[in-house]
Design a binder for this molecule. Structure first.
Ligand SMILES: Cc1cc2nc3c(=O)[nH]c(=O)nc-3n(C[C@H](O)[C@H](O)[C@H](O)COP(=O)(O)OP(=O)(O)OC[C@H]3O[C@@H](n4cnc5c(N)ncnc54)[C@H](O)[C@@H]3O)c2cc1C
Ligand code: SF4
Length: 352
């Protein structure tokens, strides 16, 4: 048994859950976060009400931040990253970018994802027209209390289109994966817009709708039946402007006809890219990435949360697109595996 702390890298929902779980069983933990505050994407990007709980991100994730920041067993290092990492399970040593050296029995990587940058999809107008925005920007408009307004002149949009799968399920730009949560988030945003601006028409352009599991009732059907959001199954060619309004050109793939519809605001439902740091994280920690560039997992069943290197675990959106609740669940599993390692009580594999 070692008394060395567990190193948790990344202070988003996964890292916060891992640090809290470890502290709950009396385990010293060092939490390293590269930004100046904890909370990960929901806090750093100013998300509004989360799906499926309906809680404001600042309250739900803010509470997770509070219980970690106030925990004497968690040593939080902000604006820091791991510059070097060496050793063996039970006896690792990390050198942080702030010069501090940390001994650790195990490490849990919770380094999350990077939002897809819509400029990589230039034909859909982002970066060219100010009223083409992302779901993350609309979340910020709502959470800041400013409300949903056209960035060009601050007017209330009369017609809003939300385009799904921007930066996901798109082989042409090397992003084959489904980002899992953006259909549900978009249906939720559509309802929030209709609630705030009841005279605004909201359309969702989709290839397929993946409001998976129980979300079908609460988001897909409710948005149509209660909030009159309109769904168009389509292939989009381009987003242009006639000088007054944005114009979406494409094909309605149900009736197989070209469609050209004007809008005041177009919202890109951006996907989840691998963290831009993943290559350097892989080199620093000596771990493998999976083919899309997310951090590779070992066994999915026996020891959830293993990476390719013993003693280093991974959880959350670092492993691929994940929801917050799944990220938290994975983080707790990884924390348990790290705790067992530090206390030399191997987790039994499924086959054992
Ligand atoms: C627009 C949008 C809306 C969403 N809304 C919802 C929702 O309503 N409900 C839901 O369930 N999911 C939602 N998601 C998904 C949600 O963002 C993720 O499930 C969640 O953020 C994953 O948590 P995480 O801790 O794994 O990663 P992150 O939130 O990405 O946190 C990772 C943390 O690690 C830090 N970090 C990164 N690299 C390093 C490094 N090298 N060193 C140190 N620290 C590092 C980051 O700064 C960050 O704080 C949404 C996603 C998008 C794109
Ligand atoms: S969740 Fe929906 S919008 Fe997101 S990538 Fe998958 S199908 Fe596209």
């Amino acid at each position: 048994m070692t008394n060395k702390p567990v190193l948790v890298v990344g202070g988003g929902p996964a890292g916060l859950a891992a640090a809290h779980a470890l502290a709950s069983v009396g385990q010293q933990t060092v939490l390293v976060e590269k930004e100046g505050r904890l909370g990960g994407a929901p806090i750093l990007s100013g998300y509004a009400k989360l799906v499926p709980s309906g809680e404001w991100a600042r309250d739900a994730i803010g509470a997770m931040v509070g219980r970690v920041e106030n925990n004497p067993l968690v040593n939080v290092q902000l604006s820091a990253s791991v510059a070097a990492f060496s050793g063996t399970p039970g006896a690792f040593r990390a050198t942080l970018s702030n010069g501090q050296s940390v001994e650790a029995g195990a490490a849990v990587l919770c380094t999350g994802f990077t939002h897809f940058d819509s400029v990589n999809k230039p034909e859909w107008g982002f970066g060219t027209y100010p009223d083409v925005v992302t779901t993350a920007q609309v979340e910020q408009m709502i959470s800041s209390g400013r409300g949903v307004r056209c960035p060009s002149d601050g007017r209330k949009p009369e017609r809003v289109a939300i385009l799904l799968c921007v930066g996901s399920r798109d082989r042409q730009i090397g992003r084959e994966w489904c980002s899992k949560i953006c259909c549900t988030v978009s249906s939720n945003i559509a309802m929030e817009i209709r609630e705030e601006l009841p005279d605004t028409h909201v359309y969702i352009y989709y290839m397929d709708i993946r409001t998976f599991g129980l979300y079908e009732t609460k988001y897909y059907w409710r948005s149509q039946e209660e909030f009159k959001v309109k769904y168009i199954k389509s292939r989009i060619a381009e987003v242009t402007s006639d000088g007054k309004r944005l114009i979406i050109k494409g094909e309605d793939t149900l009736v197989k006809r070209p469609i050209t519809i004007p809008f005041d605001m177009v919202v890109h439902a951006i996907g989840m890219d691998p963290n831009v740091d993943n290559k350097s994280l892989a080199a620093t920690f000596g771990i493998g990435l999976e083919p899309h560039g997310f951090i590779g997992k070992g066994s999915s069943y026996g020891n959830l949360g293993e990476t390719s290197r013993p003693g280093i675990f991974v959880a959350g959106a670092a492993t691929g697109p994940e929801t917050i609740d799944d990220s938290i669940a994975q983080a707790k599993a990884a924390a348990m595996a790290a705790f067992a390692l530090v206390h030399q009580q191997p987790v039994q594999t499924a086959a054992a």
